[in-house]
Write a protein that binds this ligand. Structure first.
Ligand code: FE2
Length: 295
């Protein structure tokens, strides 16, 4: 599969699947799916996916693994997951840096864990086991959360950097989650981004969130992307260089054309930051010494 760096994608959801497959909009470069929607399932879901695969690269993003859960992995889930990832030929697979299950039960929510050494050991063990079982590069995603654990001994970005190093892992960087947390918990989102090593970022998520009357932000994926998140995306891409960028929408679905307009805005930002990073290699603009000796 050709590199998806600098390409924009959209979540492949049932609400727009048929229209996407019929129109095949040019601005959609790739799709993301949740494997859980396709496991042990017949009918329209696998039929749509088969059709989508003929036209687009598809990347997988899981919902239930939770890279910080302490309970053992569900081996049957991983077995089925491996088979699906292979069918889809996803270049990497991601799930969330959180725990979503305990004592055999699933919370159906992404629950934050304390950022400390104990959690780090759990993440390393879990990531290593997943990687061995699914035989695909694995990334974790930073989540939105609404309270900070009193048991944390590290900040979130410091924890992420340590986890990436310890697991030799990859990060799905959700820019909206960083922004929502920064507003609710009170920190500078750009300083957060600055701490993340660019070469570990494999993919970027962008989404919309809800602002309550009291100003608190809820990560709904059910609103248009706000201007501040577009701006933080631009800042992030200046930091990381071109990456695959995905627009997430998981509720309160507008007509497909409204999402495609958002995708066009994302594409404009991606192209602008691509241009500014290539301009930075021109003499007199911000010379990278090694680039002077090429061709
Ligand atoms: Fe996300």
């Amino acid at each position: 599969m050709a590199s998806l760096d600098g390409k924009v994608g959209i979540g492949f959801r049932m609400e727009h699947a048929r229209e996407l497959l019929e129109r095949k909009p040019e601005c959609v470069d790739w799709l993301e799916i949740h494997p859980e929607n396709y496991m042990h399932r017949g009918g329209v879901y696998p039929a749509n996916l088969k059709q989508a695969l003929r036209h687009w690269p598809v990347v997988t993003h899981g919902l239930t693994m939770g890279m910080a859960a302490e309970q053992p992995h569900d081996v049957a889930y991983l077995h089925t997951l491996k088979s699906l990832l292979s069918d889809v030929e996803t270049p990497w697979h991601s799930d969330h840096l959180c725990f979503a299950s305990d004592m055999g039960m699933y919370a159906h929510d992404l629950l934050p864990m304390p950022f400390n050494e104990e959690s780090l050991k759990t993440v390393v063990q879990r990531m290593t086991e997943v990687r061995d079982r699914i035989d695909t590069p694995i990334a974790f995603e930073n989540i939105s959360y609404y309270i900070e654990s009193p048991e944390s001994t590290l900040g979130e970005p410091e924890f992420i950097v340590e986890a990436l190093e310890a697991t030799d892992g990859l990060l799905l960087l959700d820019v909206n989650n960083v922004y929502v947390n920064s507003k609710n918990l009170g920190f500078d989102p750009k300083a957060w981004i600055d701490l993340i090593p660019a070469d570990r970022v494999i993919q970027i998520h962008v989404a919309g969130h809800l602002i309550r009357k009291d100003g608190f932000r809820i990560d709904t994926h059910g609103e248009p992307v706000c201007d501040d998140v577009y701006e933080l995306l631009e800042y992030t891409l200046e930091h990381t260089g071109p990456k695959p960028v995905l627009l997430e929408r998981d509720g309160n679905y507008p007509p497909l054309d409204a999402l495609l307009q958002e995708l066009e805005l994302l594409k404009a930002i991606v192209e602008r930051t691509k241009k500014s990073s290539s301009d930075a290699t021109l003499p007199g603009v911000g010379v990278r010494p090694e680039s002077l000796h090429q061709g």
